[in-house]
Design a protein around this ligand. Structure first.
Ligand code: DGI
Ligand code: FE
Ligand code: FE
Length: 188
């Protein structure tokens, strides 16, 4: 499928708000990929498809994940917001015909991130934080630093998410903590 076909499909299945977000993340991922030398086309595909299952009921997502053969951890079972990244990867493969492991990884880890992320995974994760449709406090500064310091900006984003989750006493996925630690360790 071409990008235009993905986009049309996303616009038919997601709410206008989330379809717009998906297009914005694809655009931001393309820009970041150009800046850092990641595969531009893979970034665009992962960006447009990253939230494709976000509006499906959790039960439907759980079924897709099971059919895909993925066993969920305790934390994943208890964090409905994390399901769409995993079911999104399954949908990318089964519904959109994506077979590229790098694209599938970028979708799977776009929410939690993980230790030792590939460049493409970093690009898509960060694009989701700073896409043009985002308007939270501090996003302007992150947009600017994202093009100077990829890892440093990801650390800031993950620190923000970990802070918010712990503030609410929500579960924090170990991949998120490990992503944060691994980026700090690699920074030296
Ligand atoms: O799908 P989006 O809204 O575009 O963004 P996303 O996929 O980054 O999801 C963000 C939501 O996921 C946000 O409400 C915080 C939550 N989240 C991110 N990391 C974790 C998490 N929730 C839990 N419980 N644990 C995490 O590690
Ligand atoms: Fe998401
Ligand atoms: Fe998103």
């Amino acid at each position: 499928m071409t990008f235009e076909q993905y986009r049309q499909e996303i616009e038919c299945t997601l709410s206008p708000y989330r379809a717009h977000h998906s297009v914005c993340v694809a655009q931001e991922a393309v820009r970041l990929a150009r800046r850092y030398g990641a595969d531009v086309q893979k970034a665009q595909t992962a960006g447009i498809l990253h939230d494709s299952t976000k509006e499906l009921p959790p039960e439907e997502q759980l079924q897709m994940i099971e059919e895909f053969g993925i066993i969920l951890s305790q934390v994943e079972k208890r964090s409905p917001k994390l399901l769409h990244a995993i079911s999104g990867m399954a949908a990318a493969q089964t519904r959109f015909g994506v077979s590229d492991g790098e694209i599938l990884g970028a979708i799977r880890y776009h929410t939690t991130a993980r230790a030792g992320m590939t460049l493409l995974e970093k690009v898509v994760c960060l694009a989701d934080y700073i896409s043009a449709d985002r308007s939270y406090d501090g996003v302007e500064k992150l947009r600017e630093s994202a093009y100077r310091d990829l890892d440093g900006t990801l650390i800031e984003c993950l620190a923000f998410t970990i802070g918010e989750l712990s503030q609410k006493q929500s579960l924090i996925h170990p991949d998120t903590v490990e992503a944060y630690n691994s980026l700090i360790l690699s920074r030296g």
